[in-house]
Design a protein around this ligand. Structure first.
Ligand SMILES: *[C@@H]1O[C@H](CO)[C@@H](O)[C@H](O)[C@H]1NC(C)=O
Length: 222
């Protein structure tokens, strides 16, 4: 028979057992707590390292962006300068305009119309003593011929480039002044000779002073 006494309750095997269980639980919980703190410390160190790597990377990126901005600005500046230089170099200027045919009455077939009165002669390629335009630059040229003929006459004229006919014009009216001519877009080599001549005529003609020969370089070959 078990006799329950005060001593048994307060100082008995149950108390020992409970105390042992409490101590064990305390040690277990402490161990887990310390383990957890250690894990967190390790994680904190790892995060710190990652943070410093990211900081370095972001600083490097910032420096790279700054360098890119500088070289982009230099590139833009240089290309603007180049554009201006190219424009200066690539535009040879050729333009001429003359009127008043020096000998203007009864010109025969293949006689050259010499436009003596020079109004414009940029590049000095038009020669008013011979009536010929001799470009110093190869390229595409716009040339215009206008012939005003006195009443009662009829003729045809031609634009000639190095002996080859590049345009023909008819002028004639029995009772009124008549106007003829035309524009041509032609390739010319430097040194080519370009002039206007009579192609056909009924023998008599009278070319009015308002008649003109003009042209300009549209763009050069190079
Ligand atoms: C050519 O032009 C010059 C200068 O303008 C002028 O003195 C001369 O008389 C002109 N020649 C002819 C043939 O018209």
């Amino acid at each position: 028979m078990i006799v329950v006494t005060d001593a048994w309750i307060f100082n008995g095997p149950i108390q020992h057992l409970l105390a042992t269980v409490f101590v064990a639980m305390f040690i277990g919980i402490s161990y887990l707590f310390v383990k957890k703190v250690q894990d967190l410390e390790i994680q904190l160190v790892v995060l710190k390292e990652k943070n410093s790597v990211l900081k370095t990377e972001s600083e490097n990126l910032k420096r790279k962006v700054e360098l890119l901005e500088i070289s982009y600005k230099q590139f833009v500046d240089r290309s603007e300068e180049n554009k201006i230089e190219d424009a200066k170099q690539d535009t040879p200027k050729v333009a001429f305009y003359a009127n008043t045919v020096t000998d203007h009455v009864n010109l025969g077939v293949h006689r050259t119309l010499v436009f003596g009165n020079v109004i414009t002669n940029i590049g000095n390629c038009y020669h008013n003593s011979t009536g010929s335009f001799v470009p110093k630059v190869s390229g595409i040229y716009i040339v215009n011929v206008q012939i005003l003929c006195s009443p009662g006459y009829e003729l045809r004229t031609e634009l000639v480039v190095e002996g080859a006919v590049k345009g023909t014009h008819y002028i004639g009216d029995s009772t009124h002044y008549s106007n003829g001519g035309g524009m041509a877009v032609v390739h010319m080599d430097a040194g080519d000779c370009v002039w206007v001549r009579v192609a056909t005529t009924d023998g008599e003609n009278d070319i009015a002073w308002e008649s003109s020969f003009s042209g300009f370089l549209l763009y050069s070959d190079s």
